[in-house]
Each structure stands twice: as structure tokens, then as C-alpha cells.
Design a protein around this ligand. Structure first.
Ligand SMILES: [Zn+2]
Length: 303
């Protein structure tokens, strides 16, 4: 009898201890979001899920950067935005990161003569991008990867990243500005292939085939018009207009789904690889902080 009572007391104590251990977790479970499958889209997350997303992404967020400009006679104005978001979103699903919504406020002055171009001023491009990454960082994105989808941003983005050194920031801006594999894949049929040509049209056949009008790809010429005669190494802002005034460079009619599949897979995998490397990068922010600190008193800096 006594033995039984002791056993009951023992069971009661064990039960109480277990309850004390489990109870706070049970309460916590009610407020913690069901987070097995989190969207990678910033705008689709609830506030609580966003907090969990930033934790899961280890503070790594993507800013896919597109543009609105003419793409030959056969592709939509938002081609760069549609393509880069396809690549970035699929990459973030491979290697979790939070992806910022549609962003197309870049450099496209050279297409202002074509319908549908949104060309923001130089000062606004830089100011908006700075406030966007600052705000992303204030929300926990301490590693911002700008994934560029638009060739016309090729100077803007390194300049933006470089000038993050002008004053202290508690986050790092990374830029990934590759859209094509250098080797491999199905053989290409064209040699000029810069804008709305074989490659870009092929990728759109993967990301948004419903917007590709392949039957119109030969309605205009995408040939190089060679209207400037300057030695290599001399740069002018009018170079693109001089060569490709119709915002078509190449021949989109040569596009195939096979080429698009190969190139898009390469792009997705490359961005996922960049996300993994950036998550593992514990050097850049440390060096930035060291640099900011030293730059406050340059005369004391020792070699
Ligand atoms: Zn494009």
C-alpha cells in the first residue's frame, strides 16, 4: 500500500516536472507561425512569418533588379524584370532567402525615345536604391544581394556598391551581375546576341512563354548599325543608341526552349550558389566596420 502510494507520488512528480517543461513550449507553439513552408516573397509573408523568414535566411535578402524598356518587336517591356525575378525566386527556393518585390527603378536613359520606357533621373535612382537597401537592412537584411537583370545597370550597381564606403552601414551590399553561362549548352546560331536576341528570347520562353511573340521577331532588324567611329576604350553615353537605336540587338527568331532551359538553369543555380556563399561570408561586414573605424582617423592608420 505504502509502496503504491509512493509510486503514485513519484508519477505525480514526474508528470508535474514534464508539464512544467512542456507547458511554456505549448504556449510558444501557439504564437510561433507554422513555418515549415515559408514563402520567399517578402510581400506574401505575415509579420510573424517575416521574422522567421529573416532568421531562416540568416539575414540574406535578394533585390532582383529589372527595368521597363523596349525589347525588340517581340518581347514585353518588362522582360528583364520578369526574367530576373524568375531566376531569383527559384534560387531562393533552393537556398532560402527573402526576395524583395518588383523593383525596376534603374538606368535606362538610352531608351527614352521608345514607348513604355520608365527612365528615372540619376539622383532618384541612387537615392531610391539607397533608401531601399537601408530599409531592408533596418528590417534585418544585413546581407543584401542585388541580382541584376538589366545590362544598362552595369555601371550603376558597382558604383552603388562601391559608394557604400562613403559612410558607415551595418550591412553589406553584394551585386550579382551575370545572366549567361560563358560556355556549354546547346550551340547558338547567332553571333550578336545582346538585347532581345537569341538568348534573352530563349529565357523568356521559360520564364513567361505567354508574353513571347516569336512570329514578330523578324519584323525589325537587330543588326549592329556601327554609326560611331571611335577607337576601343573611348566611351560615350550614346554608344548604345549609335549601334542599336531600335532596342534590338541580335535575332530573337533563333530562340529555342532548349537554350532557354539551359541558360535559366545556369542562372538559377548561380544565384543559389551566390546566396550560399553570402550566408557563409563572415568577413565582409567585419572588414567594412574596421574600414569605417580607421577612416574616422586616417592619420593614425599604420601599414
Ligand atoms: Zn533585357
Amino acid at each position: 500500500m505504502r509502496a503504491i502510494r509512493h509510486r503514485n507520488l513519484y508519477s505525480f512528480l514526474v508528470f508535474s516536472v514534464l508539464l512544467a517543461l512542456i507547458a511554456p513550449r505549448a504556449v510558444q507553439a501557439q504564437v510561433t507561425p507554422a513555418s515549415d513552408k515559408l514563402s520567399v516573397h517578402w510581400e506574401e509573408l505575415t509579420a510573424a512569418d517575416f521574422r522567421e523568414g529573416i532568421r531562416r535566411a540568416q539575414g540574406t535578402c535578394l533585390l532582383p533588379f529589372g527595368i521597363l524598356e523596349k525589347h525588340g518587336p517581340h518581347l514585353p517591356l518588362g522582360t528583364d524584370l520578369l526574367d530576373v525575378r524568375y531566376a531569383a525566386l527559384h534560387a531562393a527556393e533552393q537556398e532560402y532567402a527573402v526576395v524583395f518585390p518588383e523593383y525596376y527603378f534603374g538606368q535606362i536613359a538610352e531608351a527614352k525615345h521608345e514607348p513604355g520606357t520608365m527612365a528615372y533621373s540619376r539622383s532618384l535612382q541612387l537615392a531610391l536604391l539607397q533608401e531601399t537597401t537601408d530599409e531592408m537592412a533596418r528590417n534585418g537584411c544585413k546581407k543584401v544581394l542585388i541580382v541584376n537583370g538589366h545590362g544598362g545597370n552595369e555601371h550603376l550597381l558597382p558604383y552603388f556598391a562601391q559608394t557604400q564606403l562613403d559612410r558607415p552601414h551595418d550591412y553589406v551590399v553584394y551585386v550579382f551581375d551575370e545572366r549567361l553561362p560563358h560556355t556549354g549548352g546547346p550551340a547558338k546560331k547567332t553571333t550578336i546576341d545582346m538585347h532581345a536576341g537569341e538568348s534573352e528570347t530563349s529565357k523568356m520562353m521559360i520564364s513567361r512563354p505567354d508574353t513571347v511573340h516569336l512570329d514578330r521577331a523578324t519584323n525589325e532588324s537587330g543588326a549592329d548599325q556601327h554609326r560611331q567611329n571611335l577607337p576601343e576604350g573611348v566611351y560615350t553615353g550614346i554608344w548604345w543608341y549609335a549601334r542599336f537605336p531600335n532596342h534590338y540587338s541580335g535575332d530573337g527568331s533563333a530562340a529555342t526552349k532548349e537554350l532557354g532551359e539551359y541558360q535559366m538553369k545556369w542562372w538559377v543555380d548561380s544565384v543559389a550558389k551566390a546566396i550560399r556563399a553570402i550566408k557563409a561570408d563572415d568577413v565582409s561586414l567585419k572588414l567594412q566596420n574596421e574600414f569605417y573605424e580607421k577612416s574616422a582617423h586616417p592619420l593614425e592608420t599604420q601599414p
